[in-house]
Ligand binder design. Structure first.
Ligand code: TYM
Length: 342
């Protein structure tokens, strides 16, 4: 029997953020390190998804490669045949499956996607692209073509995972056993040892998600930030006037976000960090701890970025693209046959 698949993708519109790192990159790389052998691990760059938010086309190539470098720097093993690293657009089955699946998804369902609603509400109708609208169907194809069971994503992608399951179930109930259905979100959390989806918040506005497409970048930690700059960003994070550190997402979102971030940086349980800092009155003292651990984390990470073996990385991508095209095409042909195209 073939191995179960763990899969995730991170877009390359901009440098990746701390949210991307802890929301998706770290969980899949930890799995790749500990569970390859037992599982197949697919980490890919959804380059066709890049266009759904503003992108500098002249820099896209560079950014796509840079993403791959970041994955390697974060520890993705390149020498394991169960681990695959590829660019979405190099596996044409993703696009072909999307065109078919589009016909089994309703406009209403897509209109209800929170991310679509958020992003489109900021644009004139003429500027809302069909690509933005259709983005979750392409994401479903990314997942279903490999029969992925586990898909580590941040909280903002949970709804897209749910619709992927809906699409798979719909196709299967109509045409038989075409797709493997990813496990339900609750079980995904259990598999990745979490009680809920992760959402790192913006340091300046802790009521909104830290996002790589944020214009000012002041509340966003990018993996390529100058470490000293990251120290300053943490020190100037928005907090509150309660003068007591507490883990209280509702009333103290800034402090709570910093507690979450510190736990992630330390690889510690958040409860441990909460015990250490609850009640601290001088926010400056608490922030200094977070800021210096952030600086150390980025210094260490960036040193690893400089040491990535580019030759090995490119070889790995090309090999994975060949192997994954073969695997994805098998599912695509099954789908094509089911709908009467073959
Ligand atoms: P993208 O590129 O916007 O983000 C990549 C991953 O990072 C997570 N993330 C966060 N997690 C916690 N806190 C944050 N502040 C934060 N910001 C981002 C996202 O949830 C995501 O997991 N559609 C996807 C890419 C994609 C994909 C796929 C993922 C395309 N096809 C198939 C999984 C499977 C996206 O735009 O993520």
């Amino acid at each position: 029997m073939s191995k179960q698949v763990i899969l995730t993708g991170l877009r390359a519109n901009n440098d990746l953020t701390l949210g991307n790192y802890f929301g998706a990159m770290r969980p899949i790389i930890d799995m790749a390190k500990t569970k390859a052998g037992e599982f197949q691990v697919n980490m890919f760059i959804p380059d066709l998804h890049s266009f759904t938010t503003p992108v500098d086309h002249a820099k896209l190539q560079e950014q796509i490669l840079h993403n791959a470098v970041l994955f390697a720097a974060a520890g993705l093993p390149l020498d394991n045949p169960d681990i695959h690293l590829y660019r979405q657009s190099y596996v044409s089955a993703h696009s072909e499956a999307t065109i078919i699946l589009n016909n089994f998804v309703g406009m209403g369902e897509m209109e209800r996607m929170t991310q679509y609603k958020d992003k489109s509400s900021k644009l004139d109708t003429e500027r809302i692209s069909v690509g933005l609208f259709d983005y979750p169907v392409l994401m479903a194809a990314d997942i279903l073509l490999y029969g992925a069971t586990y898909v580590p994503v941040g909280d903002d992608q949970t709804q897209h995972l749910e619709i992927t399951r809906d699409i798979a179930e719909r196709i299967n109930s109509r045409f038989g056993d075409i797709f493997t259905i990813p496990v339900a979100v609750k079980d995904q959390h259990e598999f990745f040892n979490k009680d809920q989806g992760l959402r790192i918040m913006d340091l300046q506005d802790p009521t909104k998600k830290m996002s790589k497409s944020d214009d000012s970048g002041k509340g966003v930690i990018f993996l390529g930030d100058n470490p000293e700059e990251s120290y300053k960003k943490v020190m100037s994070a928005t907090t509150d006037d309660k003068a007591s550190v507490n883990y209280d997402r509702e009333n103290q979102p800034g402090i709570t976000n910093l507690l979450d971030i510190l736990a992630l940086l330390r690889g510690a349980d958040v409860e441990e960090v909460i015990r250490e800092f609850t009640g601290v009155e001088r926010y400056g003292d608490f922030k200094k701890v977070v800021a210096s651990e952030m600086r150390d984390f980025l210094m260490d990470f960036q040193a690893r970025v400089d040491n990535v073996d580019m030759g090995a990385l490119e070889t790995k991508m090309v090999e994975s693209e060949v192997a994954m095209s073969k695997q994805a095409n098998e599912t695509l042909v099954r789908l094509q046959k089911a709908v009467g195209l073959r």
